[in-house]
Design a protein around this ligand. Sequence first.
Ligand code: DOR
Ligand code: ZN
Length: 349
Amino acid sequence: MEKTYLDILKPDDWHVHLREGDILSRVLPFTYNNFGSALVMPNLDNPVTNISLAETYYAEICRQIPKGIKFTPHMTLYLTNYLNKDEIKRVSNHQYIKAIKMYPKGATTNSDSGISNVIEFYPLFEAMEKNEVILSIHGEVTDENVDVFEREKIFIERVLTKVINNFPNLRIVLEHITSADAVRFIKKHKNISATITNHHLMVNRNIMLSKGIRPDFYCAPILKTEHDRLALVQAAISGNCKFFLGTDSAPHVNSKKIAACGCAGIFSSPLAIPLLIQLFEEHGSLSNIEKFISKNGREFYGMKQQEERVQYIKKSKSINTIKNIETIEGKIAVFNPFKDLYWEKANEV
Ligand code: DOR
Ligand code: ZN
């Protein structure tokens, strides 16, 4: 019989960009209403490069969570030369800083402080391995000689393989994987897991480019082929504990995306869970969705399972969906690639 009701452990978002100021206050409710916790990325205009900055940012976020909402922000530090072994040791005992994020310089939004030469950071990787601090990686090379669609593949071959060989016990998350190559790599190696976004599970580069250009689907790493998308879907619906949801929800006002030089990032947190439920349903895999969105990530980060549960219902007619949110700087489009969406959170009826 067709399932029209889903009761699951509250999901977590293991990769989200919340920004600051007005945008933070506009986007945060979609995260705290839909997720029990979220791992907040550090690529602010002034990157979160040390514990003190992460604590200030955490306080700014917490001030805006209404009483009665159970939501935990987990924080990250931006890997730069300013980090040292003592700070890494302090991260290992920190209550809510859960990972250190490595951005290759120039790979994406606010990555100017990113790294150019990975080998320089080996002493810090050694400290992270020793102190059991998780390394979260934006896995793309930024060499202009490498085709944009090959940047993840080449990163895995040239950089990541060396890192895992040198630091076999370093626990790594390869963020927002985009390709069949990445899925294969993650399955093959221990101590490395991966987040997958809604958009890489739901759209491909043809949808972005073949019938006119769709700036709303432009993100980093860039969307790949249908073959790659299907490999990601298989990884997500399999329930394999190495794969979990990180939306990479990354708000940019529409005027900055629909521009001669549009920026990368897709704002997806408002409809992320209903869209995923529908995707898993279409693949006959609703029984595994809880692993992908609620269990596998917590297991990797060594946290006990959520206690709260949430319910979703399937309507007989497609629902009216939110299209944009308003901010001081302008509208931000909400990711929804499906013609019709039938699922919604039970208490939103
Ligand atoms: O598309 C993206 N946008 N990818 C990232 O890695 C960063 C993000 C952003 O911050 O806008
Ligand atoms: Zn991101």
